[in-house]
Design a protein around this ligand. Structure first.
Ligand SMILES: C[S@@+](CC[C@H](N)C(=O)[O-])C[C@H]1O[C@@H](n2cnc3c(N)ncnc32)[C@H](O)[C@@H]1O
Length: 167
C-alpha cells in the first residue's frame, strides 16, 4: 500500500461535535485522482492534503478537536505511531474515531488472508491490543464496538468502531 493519500480537512456536516473547530478526516481512494476530484466536487472540505497520515499529524500539534479515519488504519499493523501522532494532533478533550477489522488474536494484530477483496492483505486488530496501545499512547477508551464495516457481495464484513479520547 502506498504511503500517501488524499486527506480532506474540514468540519463536515456529519459527526462534528459543537465544540469542534478543527477536524481531520482520513479519507482516500485507491485511485488518488478519483478521490481528489470526488472530494473536491463535494465542496465541503476546507483543505485537501496528500501526505502520510503519521507525519501529517505530527507536524500539526494540538491542531484538531476530532480526527477520524474510516478504513485507513486497516493498512497499519502496529497502531502505536498513528496513535502517538493522533494524540499529538488533538487538543485536550479531542476524539480519535476510526475503524479497523477485528482479529481473533485479541492481544495482537495480524494480517488477513488474501482471500476476498474486503480484507485481503489488510491488518486485523484485537480489542485488547487496541486498548493497550491506546492506553500506552495516553488515550482514554470510550468505545470499541462491533459493527458492519462494509458489504462484500451483499454480505456484511465485520469491523470495529473505536472512539478514543485525549484527556
Ligand atoms: C480502504 S481505503 C479507505 C478510504 C476511505 N476512508 C473510505 O472509506 O472510502 C484506505 C486508504 O488509506 C490510505 N492510506 C494507507 N496508508 C496511509 C498512510 N500511511 N497515510 C495516509 N493514508 C494512508 C490509502 O491510500 C487508502 O486509500
Amino acid at each position: 500500500m502506498g504511503s500517501t493519500s488524499w486527506m480532506p480537512v474540514a468540519a463536515p456536516a456529519w459527526s462534528a461535535p459543537a465544540c469542534a473547530t478543527g477536524h481531520v478526516v482520513w479519507s482516500a481512494s485507491i485511485c488518488r485522482l478519483q478521490c481528489s476530484s470526488g472530494a473536491k466536487s463535494k465542496n465541503v472540505y476546507d483543505e485537501l492534503h496528500q501526505d502520510d497520515l503519521v507525519s501529517f499529524m505530527l507536524a500539526r500539534p494540538q491542531a484538531y478537536d476530532v480526527v477520524t479515519g474510516a478504513a485507513s488504519l486497516i493498512h497499519f499493523g502496529d497502531l502505536g505511531p498513528a496513535f502517538t501522532a493522533a494524540g499529538s494532533a488533538l487538543r485536550a478533550g479531542g476524539a480519535f474515531v476510526f475503524t479497523v477489522f477485528p482479529s481473533e488474536r485479541n492481544g495482537d494484530f495480524s494480517v488477513a488472508s488474501l482471500e476476498g477483496f474486503a480484507k485481503g492483505g489488510c491488518f486485523l486488530h484485537g480489542r485488547d491490543y487496541i486498548a493497550a496501545t491506546a492506553s500506552a499512547s495516553g488515550f482514554g477508551i470510550e468505545t470499541i464496538d462491533s459493527a458492519v464495516h462494509e458489504y462484500k457481495n451483499d454480505s456484511p464484513v465485520a469491523g470495529l468502531v473505536v472512539v478514543l479520547r485525549k484527556p
